[in-house]
Design a protein around this ligand. Structure first.
Ligand code: GUN
Length: 294
């Protein structure tokens, strides 16, 4: 058996076509959705991510601005900068690229972003809303995973969803979204004893641990849907996920590749959240996002 490929680029394009129409509708009303991306320091990988985010905004007609601040920026300076963006009516979404350089407090910086503009969904207020099913801004990567499953008509309700990884950015919010969709959720992580015991029982397996190729075909239940959130660069420069694609595709019924799987969806959901922020501001929508699977 060879698994069906879940193509994040194709699914992203599907959503971006709809977003473009919604951006046009806002522009007709005199509102152009705007995203400000803040990057501190010169991490090359972060610079690539930030550039891709800005480019994606432009592809759907949104305004974007990238603010590159020196690695020597102090906590107070960064917070003051964010407060200016909070007050800027042309900016509907603010994203501070993580991780921040040493000496800056990621959590305090995230809390400085106004929750209405927190399109990453990382602010306490938005994380809390996610837990009680009222999220306006579901974090982009786990939300992108839900949208991929929805697009592929993968039913979550009643299924055993096993998530490997417990980060604040992916694992934990992914668990909340899967619960909301009616899944029975197990969250595993680096300390889990006998990991294959859990992964082999998963109908839907989400790998988000940041360890290259650690989930192999023998750890997957035949016919499972496998979502690989990992992006790991090997010493030879090759990009691989957390799943060993070659062995996994022989066992799974469907699988996301790396690159070209979850990655493009993360950026697309960022556009969706920014658009939603602008629509909220313009009074076009109510507050909660539709995070349920159909
Ligand atoms: N760094 C890696 N992933 C992310 C993300 O989703 N948002 C932000 N702000 N930084 C990141």
């Amino acid at each position: 058996m060879s698994a069906k490929l879940i193509d994040g680029k194709v699914i992203s394009e599907f959503f971006r076509v709809e977003y473009k129409l919604r951006v046009d509708r806002l522009i007709e009303r005199g509102v152009r959705p705007g995203l400000a991306v803040v990057i501190v320091g010169n991490d090359p990988a972060s610079q690539v991510y930030v550039r891709n985010k800005a480019r994606a905004c432009e592809s759907v007609g949104m305004h974007s601005e990238v603010h590159a601040l020196a690695a020597t920026t102090s906590q107070d300076e960064l917070v003051a900068f964010i407060e200016k963006l909070n007050a800027n009516p042309a900016i509907h979404g603010i994203l501070v690229q993580l991780p921040l350089p040493k000496g800056l407090d990621d959590r305090a910086v995230i809390e400085a972003i106004h929750p209405d503009k927190d399109v990453d969904g990382f602010h306490y207020a938005n994380m809390g809303a996610l837990v009680i099913d009222e999220s306006r801004y579901p974090p982009c990567t786990p939300f992108g995973v839900m949208k991929m499953l929805e697009y592929e008509n993968v039913r979550v309700e009643g299924k055993h969803v096993v998530i490997v990884g417990r980060s604040n950015i992916v694992g934990k919010p992914q668990a909340m979204l899967m619960l909301k969709a009616g899944g029975t959720v197990t969250v595993c992580h680096s300390k889990t004893d006998n990991l294959p015991r859990f992964t082999r029982d998963a109908d839907i397996l989400v790998a988000a641990v940041g360890r290259p190729c650690m989930i192999t075909g023998s750890m997957i239940k035949p016919g499972a849907v496998v979502i690989d959130v990992g992006i790991n660069r090997l010493p030879d420069g090759k990009l691989v996920g957390d799943v060993d694609f070659e062995s996994a595709k022989k066992v799974a019924s469907a699988i996301t590749p790396v690159p070209g799987g979850v990655g493009p969806m993360t950026i697309t959901m960022l556009l969706g959240n920014t658009l939603h922020a602008a629509e909220l501001k313009a009074g076009l929508v109510e507050s909660a996002r539709d995070t349920m699977l159909a």
